[in-house]
Design a protein around this ligand. Structure first.
Ligand SMILES: NC(=O)c1ccc[n+]([C@@H]2O[C@H](COP(=O)([O-])OP(=O)(O)OC[C@H]3O[C@@H](n4cnc5c(N)ncnc54)[C@H](OP(=O)(O)O)[C@@H]3O)[C@@H](O)[C@H]2O)c1
Length: 238
């Protein structure tokens, strides 16, 4: 499989990178502080991993994962991402990101806003609805009886197929939740968001790292997406 570019080497970016190298996929990692600051992570990931600038990570792969805070999206290398399949892990947390009017008004979903910042990129929302520590816990080989499914959404069918093939290699089934406009179904506080994959879905926020992951097969995910009611984003505190 071609090299995977990963812009953002924090909780989600690093978790995806670990699955990628385990599956034999080369990765180019980038962050905000520059390639030298990634030395420890690159050493941990092994010979399939290298560090680069965000531009280099974007150009390295046919598929690029962008996993940066929403406020950093406007700084992503737009030209280099044009024409590529981009897996966007973004979520909107007003307490962290500040209030963003087109999201509060529900005029746009978070990934539609990201798509506006990345014209020409084929955006697929993915890996946004699972806590980072559950990614390695729930990844399974294809066909495993307790394999979990992750939702994807996007406006380009070819990009969604590429994303699904990659995510399958990484250890998860996928379920197509529709276009980016429908991705509110697995955004924060929805029934298909992170607590779906928690063994104790009512765990308090300060203890969420203690809770093991719960496998969610495709049918369970489909039901959660179907039941989802649109969250009133302007009322969200976190
Ligand atoms: N954490 C979770 O469990 C989780 C789950 C689902 C979705 N998400 C969402 O995924 C996104 C990333 O979350 P995270 O928890 O992985 O964040 P994180 O741990 O804070 O990591 C963010 C990464 O983005 C990098 N970055 C920041 N600005 C950048 C820029 N301008 N150019 C290139 N890289 C930049 C940071 O670089 P430095 O290392 O140099 O600071 C860091 O490596 C967020 O939207 C979050 O809401 C998170």
């Amino acid at each position: 499989m071609p090299t995977l570019g990963i812009i953002g080497s924090g909780h989600i970016g690093a978790a995806v990178a670990r699955l990628a190298v385990a599956a034999g996929i080369p990765v180019v990692m980038a962050n905000s502080r520059g390639p030298e600051s990634l030395a420890r992570l690159i050493a941990e990931l092994g010979p399939l991993a290298t560090a680069g600038t965000a531009e280099q990570a974007a150009r390295a792969g046919g598929i690029v994962v962008t996993s940066v805070p929403l406020t950093a999206v406007p700084t992503l290398p737009t030209a280099a991402l044009r024409g590529r399949t981009v897996l966007d892990t973004s979520n909107y947390y007003p307490r962290r990101d500040g209030r963003i009017t087109p999201l509060d008004s529900e005029e746009l979903t978070t990934s539609e806003l990201v798509q506006q910042h990345l014209p020409g990129a084929h955006l697929v929302k993915a890996f946004n609805n699972i806590w980072a520590h559950h990614i390695p816990q729930l990844a399974r080989p294809s066909g495993a009886p307790d394999r979990s499914a992750l939702p994807i959404a996007g406006d380009d069918q070819g990009a969604k197929q590429s994303a699904a093939a990659l995510i399958d290699r990484l250890g998860f089934d996928t379920f197509d939740a529709g276009p980016l406009a429908e991705s509110w179904r697995f955004e924060p506080e929805s029934t298909a968001y992170t607590r779906l994959y928690a063994a104790d879905p009512d765990v308090p926020r300060d203890r969420l790292l203690d809770v093991p992951g719960l496998p969610v097969p495709v049918e369970g995910l489909r039901a959660a997406l179907t039941q989802a009611q649109r969250v009133r984003v302007a009322n969200r505190v976190y």
